[in-house]
Design a protein around this ligand. Structure first.
Ligand code: SAH
Length: 207
């Protein structure tokens, strides 16, 4: 209850997004967060491989800004725990999520399968290149900070497609940016300030 109230109070208004946030059990994605109540606090949480799940407000905000419709195919770059992919899977027809750490990708696959979220496919690889074999995508969400807009991802958007990503220097001020593709041009809107782990090139060498 408190969880949804906090999201509403901070301005999340889309009913479908609030329902998805309510439905997905965050404690199943946040190791160590369960039991302590931390899973539902409005804060980011550490996961394996030195990565983090964003605070619920940022997950809900980015999801709302992506304007997902039930017939959409969505690409997420940066699977991490699988939590954001789970939220997207409640709103879209199909979600493809790519992660550069095998350990994280395999963990996310298990959690998503255990919850029966079978419209999510987790791919291991470099999300900077997108997933050309599954393109085009109606929506793309990037959950690690990019220093510049990855062109391969723009190329994999449908005409009229929307991408939401944190953009800015890895050690500095980043903003959530929404890009809308219209023919050969891309409209850009700068939204809230955020802090994300970096989007890094290549598949991770470590597990
Ligand atoms: N969305 C996740 C949290 C993401 S943290 C969740 O809900 O739990 C950012 C993730 O992006 C990390 O897991 C990191 O390994 C991954 N990442 C960073 N650069 C990447 C790249 N080029 N391709 C795929 N994944 C990447």
């Amino acid at each position: 209850m408190q969880f949804l109230l906090t999201l509403r109070r901070r301005g999340i208004a889309d009913q479908a997004v609030l329902r998805a946030m309510d439905e997905v059990p965050r404690e199943r994605f946040a190791p160590g967060g369960s039991g302590s109540g931390l899973a539902y606090a409005d804060q980011a949480l550490p996961i394996e491989c030195g990565q983090t799940i964003s605070q619920p407000y940022v997950v809900a905000y980015m999801t709302e800004q992506l304007r997902v419709l039930p017939h959409h195919t969505v690409l997420e770059v940066g699977t991490g725990s699988g939590y954001q992919a789970a939220v997207l899977s409640r709103l879209a027809r199909e979600v493809v999520s790519i992660e550069r750490y095998r350990t994280l990708a395999e963990g996310a696959r298990k959690r998503l399968a255990a919850l029966g979220y079978d419209n999510v496919e987790v791919v291991i690889g470099d999300g900077l290149a997108g997933v050309p074999s599954r393109a085009p995508f109606d929506r793309i969400m990037v959950t690690a900070a990019a220093e510049t807009v990855p062109q391969a991802l723009v190329d994999q958007l449908t005409d009229g497609g929307v991408m939401v990503l944190p953009l800015g220097p890895h050690a500095g001020a980043q903003r959530i940016v929404r890009l809308t593709k219209a023919g050969d041009s891309v409209e850009r809107e700068d939204l809230i300030g955020v802090r994300f782990v970096p989007l890094l090139p290549g598949q991770a060498r470590e597990l």
